[in-house]
Design a protein around this ligand. Structure first.
Ligand SMILES: Nc1ncnc2c1ncn2[C@@H]1O[C@H](COP(=O)(O)OP(=O)(O)OP(=O)(O)O)[C@@H](O)[C@H]1O
Ligand SMILES: [Mg+2]
Length: 273
């Protein structure tokens, strides 16, 4: 197995745009967005992370204070700010961020009466996506209008982190139904790009059982790389760093490095077809 993420020259092509979605809370959406983003950036990709969760965990994981953010996804969804000016950068991690702030919690209610409310994020990303190879959207643990905006903008599909624990598959039917609805009405090319198995504990039979169960249910759709449960992954956000900077030799770092390499490699294969 190769683990190196090799630089690819794909700058003038359209960005790959993925939404990380699971309405179940705490399954590893934000951790996956940040750390896959970091390894894609390390491989020379230009990466934009879009924080669509009012908890603003992706924003704080990259070292920003959610209470002092200027323009954010909130203003972008509800007004007409200059999107490029809302972008902030973690230079060390080489990641650009469209941040979130607590006010985003009110956006769903405020959007209800707006025209083309499901297309707001897509329209905003169209203005800037040419500057990026990857746009990774972190979604809240719900299937409301914020997640629907991300699904509508997700040109290259949905990535579903799944925690390898009891009832891992619970809720996925509802998620797949939502994806189908968005595909019918808002984004005809929407598909599931892949499921990520997270927080794997190799010492337990349960973790191993869940892995086979998810692979059986979604043949060919589950990324081969599995992310282990690793305390370093939980510590890194409080230092405002991805795992690639905080603990590059940890098991968690290795998991995400291999996963990012797999995403990059399978994306490039798709393009050759
Ligand atoms: N592989 C892992 N090993 C250990 N801890 C992890 C791992 N992945 C995530 N965590 C921790 O588990 C918690 C939940 O992860 P994360 O915030 O990424 O989930 P989420 O799906 O984004 O949650 P939410 O639905 O609330 O947005 C966090 O405290 C995170 O640091
Ligand atoms: Mg999250």
């Amino acid at each position: 197995m190769t683990t190196a993420v090799t630089p690819q020259a794909q700058h003038n092509l359209m960005a790959k745009i993925y939404a990380f979605v699971n309405q179940k809370g705490g399954v590893g959406k934000t951790t996956s967005v940040i750390n896959i983003g970091a390894y894609l950036a390390e491989a020379g990709m230009k990466v934009l992370i879009v924080d669509m969760d009012s908890q603003a965990n992706a924003t704080s994981s990259l070292g920003f204070d959610k209470h002092t953010i200027g323009d954010s996804c909130y203003e972008i969804l509800l007004g007409e700010p200059n999107v490029a000016e809302a972008i902030i950068r973690n230079a060390e991690a080489k990641i650009d961020l469209l941040p979130s702030k607590p006010a985003l919690a009110g956006a769903e209610a405020e959007l209800v009466n707006q025209v083309a409310r499901e297309y707001r994020l897509k329209k905003a990303l169209e203005k800037i996506e040419k500057q990026y190879d990857y746009v990774l959207m972190d979604c809240p643990p719900s299937l409301g209008l914020l997640t629907v905006n991300a699904l509508t903008a997700a040109r290259d599909g949905v990535i579903i982190p799944v925690q390898t624990e009891y009832l891992a598959l619970e809720g996925l039917t509802q998620l797949l139904n939502t994806i189908d609805l968005v595909k019918q009405h808002l984004n005809t090319r929407l598909k599931v790009r892949g499921l990520i198995l997270t927080m794997y504990d190799g010492r337990t039979n349960l973790s191993r059982q869940v892995v086979s169960e998810v692979r059986e249910h979604f043949p060919g759709k589950v990324f081969r790389a599995i992310v282990p449960r690793n305390i370093r992954l939980a510590e890194a956000p409080s230092y405002g760093q991805p795992i690639s900077l905080y603990a590059p030799d940890s098991a968690g770092a290795f998991g995400y490095k291999v996963l990012a390499a797999e995403l990059l490699q399978t994306d490039n294969k798709r393009k050759e077809r």
